[in-house]
Design a protein around this ligand. Sequence first.
Ligand code: 5AD
Ligand code: SF4
Length: 447
Amino acid sequence: MFDNSTFFVTTFGCQMNKHDSERIAGLLESLGSVPVDSLDDADFAIYMTCCVRERADERLLGQVRSMKNLPVRPSSPYGKRFVAIGGCIGQRDGDGLFDALPNVDVVFGTHNMEDLPRLLQDAIESGSQRASIIDGRAEFHDELPEDREHPWAAWLPITVGCNNFCTYCIVPYVRGREISRPIEEIAQSAREYVVHGVKEITLLGQNVNSYGRDLYGRPRFDDVLDAVSASGVERIRFATSHPKDLTDGVIERFATLPNLMPALHLPVQSGSNRILTKMNRNYTVEQYLGLIEKLRRIRPGIALSTDIIVGFPGESEKDFQATYDLVERVGYSQVFTFIYSKRAGTPAAEMPDDAPHEVVQERFQRLVDLVQDSAYDVNQSDVGLTLPVLIEGESKRGRGLMSGKSPKNQTVLVDVPGDGAIGDYAGTIVDASITEARRWYLKGSIA
Ligand code: 5AD
Ligand code: SF4
């Protein structure tokens, strides 16, 4: 269908979007289009977008606008570059994007990835008669091929959508209600991945802990973990977990399943109960700390990461201080910090918001400083240990170094042994003795 054409996919946002991009790439490749490394060489410029925060909106607008000046590839079969926007912004703005960005040819929603080839074909045939489809139908498109970044690592969506309606969040409006993928299908995919050499599976969902509430027999997330573990895959991870739905059953799996990696991303968002209520998070700081205690009892040394929003409407200095104290107390391996950004249509957008920008910025900086110190301290406990590292490839930090991931998901830089080539190691797990720990990485050599 698209022989002699080329494409480039730009991804904004979360792992779910990255996974969707891999499927778009797989789909276009299966139709004869060739992936290229830069926009300059692409006939199809595909954007998989995120609208969770304002910055992604701004980046998309900036990038697509500036593309007008980019020359068309000389050997393009169409004599034109086609621009397609999908993902959350496509879903949210629909045809409105054609007004904001006149050089856009195709808009598609979060449930319409498989429609992209047809839409592109329509645009080619009509020389860009703007084509769009935003369909509310939500189901799993597990039949789409995918072009994975690393052949040994796979993302496996187990739910799509979200039923939680945190008051700041746009996701439930653009991704729709939560739908779970049947457990047999998940287990089948996991087994197939293992047969194809996949070593690490990351289960994905906006809130994996509420898995199965819409399915017959109401299987739970711990059942999914058991089923995926039984595939024999070496490493299992999952994201994201909502604290209100994290059950003892799931926590116990960190002790009983040897292939479930000792790392958990558990977004807390705020350390103030007053703000948590306004966010509609449905847990208290005390309940959250209770989960952390249980996790650490069951799996000592487990790496914990979180998301924090600074500057939620009405946040006082006291509220912020409570967040700061919580971060200090938990000792996270990693904290993703966000400045609150107003999303039209969400309840928080209507809440009075009077904190001056400089105040929020200053709080944000204080938190970032703390997080960096905490990451450094937490990493020190691994110096002197021997850790299994899944090697990904050459490190960006220097020749002669390979980069990989520890069980706790830390980046580990490993010396390439004198007689080895990095290619021999990529996708394998090596034992590395850790000699040095920094904020964002560990260093070691093959044990
Ligand atoms: N403003 C700032 N941060 C947000 N997040 C979600 N919505 C917003 C918003 N409107 C953050 C939350 C979430 C992460 C993926 O993005 O912390 O966990
Ligand atoms: Fe957004 Fe809350 Fe759902 Fe996460 S759980 S996607 S923050 S509404």
